[in-house]
Structures are given as structure tokens and as C-alpha cells.
Ligand binder design. Structure first.
Ligand code: GLV
Ligand code: MN
Ligand code: MN
Length: 417
């Protein structure tokens, strides 16, 4: 580690909270929506403008910027030695009703680490890299965590580029349209390790009054789309015994999904987030319904059990109501365990900086989980007010952000020394 020779020791280095919060505010202006949140769907014009701004900041920080074939942006800071960089980062796409912190914090805290090292004229032994990964949210194109999974060789590039949104536009074409179809082959950068700072997006830390989560695992995720085909008919004239009601079947599946989670208990969660009816008119029995099912569990076998229970119910209700039901798998990720030594390092640094910390699993999917099979990976969580996320009211206070960003800084320094 080379320093500028000042008496400031590296372990006393701290981020500039005002600068980090300023960047968070500036980025949140792009795609701002009523209520203080952000709508910045992957590869939308808002995503392009946010990418442009982050790249401008990366250049101002003297990072070497590359864009790969799936649109991931990487800003690289040279080390004293060449070799695999210590990496951080996250995503800047949001759900349509997103907050200002989900993903954005991880990217901008990464830039703040770089800015802090630049200010102190410190060159780490290993290079450092900040990644901005394409389409983490997976609401416009499925699956989620797409850029990081392609980056880490867990998803095929051509399959990902062919993913289509609900208007039939493909991810590959939309990448070209916004000017982010890069020429760097995916997988050409492998990381020495990966550490991501993220908001918890749940109530655990706030409820326990704890400042930091050392994330030791991410639960498995299963996304399925079910398309139910019934028969449209008159709501007044069709006897109840003569109906093939796609809307009723969608509602029954939604209720069953809740029941599966309640029966199984433990860590099983289950959500029907989308229901679309066709023709969606008050006096017409729905001829078609499309619903999404999101099942998650920290235990892989239990997740398979939830999937099996859903399949059994879908078969039964399809026969009972005489409707056709087609299932399409949108995403499937096994649970992931993070690197014990890196999780321990996060705990140790939090202790030194006098922040309370607890180990915890992540309920949400994250880019870091895609790195876990290939290099030591872990995450730092900071609290979310009222446990709210994917909602314009998502909030983490500046002091909570400071704690997480300082820990990220010191963990990255320790890994790159
Ligand atoms: C991503 O935010 C997910 O966990 O759905
Ligand atoms: Mn996120
Ligand atoms: Mn999210």
C-alpha cells in the first residue's frame, strides 16, 4: 500500500458522507417519481441517463471504464500490482415503484471508496473495480441479476440478449438503442473477491436496533408465470355451473400460494405480484389470466417442496375448472452461501468501527450472489426504515449509510492490501 506520506493512517480513513449523499440525490433525480422514489427500468431512457452520469463520475475519478456485451459497466482503479481486482458494485436499474437506495447505494458507495482513496493519494496493492450490473431487478426482462449472472458465466449471453419484455422488445436490441451494447467479452474480468453494500430491504436490523448486517447467505428464488385460458362469456347469463373462469382460477392460485407459505412455515415466503385479466371488463367472465408466482426459501429442498405443492394445486384446479394452464419458468436460483472468512472480516471491521452487527440471510436477490461460486463474496446490509423497499418510501438515514460505507471502505482496503 502506497500512501501520500501524510500522518493519516489507512485505518483512520473515512468516507465523505456529504459527497456520497450528494451523488445519491443527483442519481435519484433521473427517473424521479411522485413520493420521492424512482422509476428506472432496465435499458429505459432513464437507465441510459443514469449510466451516462455514473460513467461521467467514474471518469472524474480517473477510473478506466469498460462496457461489456451485456451492458455491464466496470470502472477500474489500478493497483501497485496487476491482477484480479477487488470488486464492489451493484445496480442502478429500479422497479417501477422503486426507492433511491436499492442498488444505487452499492454503486455510489463504491465510487465514494475510490474518491476517498484518491483524496488520500493511496494506491492499493491490488486493483479495485466498481461494477454496475445490467438488469438486476428483472421486472422488465427476466431473469433478475442478469448482468452479473452473465458476467460470472452462470447464464448464457445469447439467451440473455434474446430475453423479451412485455412489448416483445429484446434486451439485446434495447442495449443497442441506449448505446450500451459494449464490446468487452463477458467473463473477461475475474474478481479477486466481491463485496456489495446494500440496504436490507426488510425489518430485521431496525427491529433489533442493529446498525449492520453481515450477510452470510441469499435465499433461493423461483419465479413462474402461469397463463390460464378459460372461456369469455356473459356475466349475467352464464350459469355458475357452465363457467371456465380464468379470473377465478388466478384468484384461487393466489390464495393457495399464501397457504403454501403458511403451511410450510420457517423461511418460506410466497408472493403473487402480478395478475392480468383479459378482457378485464365488469360484465365479462375472463377468458385469460396471467399471474406471476415468486417463491423463496433459504433451504433448497424446502424451495423444491414449495414448487411441487404449487404444481399439484395448479394441476388440480385446472381439472376442476376445466381451464388450460401453461407454466413458464422466469427465474430459478438456488440458495447461496457467502464466504465465511469475508463475512468474518466484515464483522471484525464493524467491531473496530464500533458498529453493532449481526449475521443474517438476504431475502432479496443480489448481484453478489452471482460472484459467490467464483470468488470469495459477501455483503454488508444497512437498515431500511420500517423494513420498506421496492416502494418510493424506501429510506436509510445518512448516519446508517455512513456506517455501511466506512465498513465497505475498510473491508475493500483490507482485501486489496
Ligand atoms: C430483486 O430485487 C429481488 O430480490 O426480487
Ligand atoms: Mn438491489
Ligand atoms: Mn430491488
Amino acid at each position: 500500500m502506497q500512501t501520500n506520506g501524510s500522518d493519516m493512517t489507512v485505518s483512520n480513513l473515512r468516507v465523505n458522507l456529504d459527497r456520497l449523499c450528494w451523488r445519491l440525490d443527483e442519481l435519484a433525480r433521473i427517473g424521479a417519481i411522485e413520493g420521492g422514489g424512482v422509476c428506472r427500468l432496465a435499458l429505459s431512457d432513464e437507465d441510459r441517463r443514469a449510466r451516462d452520469l455514473v460513467i461521467q463520475w467514474m471518469h472524474e475519478l480517473q477510473l478506466e471504464v469498460t462496457v461489456d456485451q451485456i451492458g455491464n459497466i466496470v470502472g477500474l482503479r489500478k493497483g501497485q500490482e496487476q491482477g484480479r481486482p477487488v470488486m464492489t458494485g451493484s445496480h442502478i436499474d429500479t422497479v417501477a415503484t422503486g426507492g433511491c437506495y436499492d442498488g444505487n447505494l452499492g454503486v455510489l458507495a463504491g465510487l465514494e471508496v475510490i474518491a476517498t482513496l484518491n483524496d488520500a493519494a493511496i494506491t492499493t496493492r491490488r486493483p479495485l473495480a466498481v461494477g454496475v450490473f445490467t438488469n438486476e431487478e428483472g421486472v422488465r426482462f427476466q431473469p433478475d441479476m442478469m448482468g452479473s449472472s452473465v458476467h460470472q458465466g452462470l447464464e448464457n449471453l445469447d439467451v440473455a440478449l434474446a430475453a423479451a419484455d412485455s412489448d416483445g422488445l429484446t434486451l439485446g436490441d434495447e442495449l443497442k438503442n441506449i448505446g450500451y451494447s459494449g464490446d468487452i467479452p463477458v467473463g473477461s474480468l475475474s474478481a479477486h473477491c466481491f463485496v456489495e453494500l446494500h440496504v436490507e430491504q426488510g425489518p430485521v436490523l431496525e427491529t433489533a436496533g442493529i446498525a449492520i448486517g453481515a450477510v452470510e447467505s441469499v435465499q433461493g428464488i423461483s419465479w413462474t408465470e402461469l397463463t390460464i385460458s378459460g372461456v369469455a362469456n356473459h356475466a349475467g347469463t352464464t350459469p355458475m355451473s357452465h363457467r371456465h373462469d380464468a379470473g377465478l382460477v388466478a384468484a384461487a392460485i393466489a390464495v393457495e400460494v399464501r397457504k403454501i407459505a403458511e403451511d410450510m412455515g420457517g423461511n418460506q415466503v410466497a408472493t403473487v405480484g402480478c395478475i392480468e385479466l383479459v378482457p378485464n371488463l365488469i360484465n365479462v367472465i375472463a377468458r385469460e389470466a396471467r399471474i406471476s408466482v415468486d417463491l423463496r426459501n433459504t433451504d433448497g429442498a424446502r424451495l423444491c417442496e414449495a414448487e411441487r405443492r404449487l404444481e399439484v394445486f395448479v394441476e388440480r384446479i385446472s381439472a376442476e375448472e376445466d381451464v388450460e394452464i401453461k407454466a413458464r419458468r422466469l427465474a430459478r436460483f438456488d440458495p447461496v452461501t457467502f464466504d465465511a472468512a469475508l463475512v468474518g472480516r466484515i464483522e471484525k471491521v464493524a467491531g473496530v468501527l464500533d458498529h453493532s452487527i449481526r449475521r443474517m440471510p438476504s431475502g432479496a436477490g443480489h448481484d453478489a450472489q452471482m460472484f459467490a461460486p467464483n470468488c470469495p463474496s459477501a455483503m454488508i446490509f444497512v437498515p431500511s426504515k420500517n423494513g420498506i423497499s421496492h416502494n418510493v418510501e424506501e429510506y436509510t438515514s445518512p448516519e446508517e449509510i455512513r456506517a455501511g460505507a466506512d465498513i465497505l471502505l475498510q473491508v475493500l482496503i483490507s482485501q486489496s492490501a
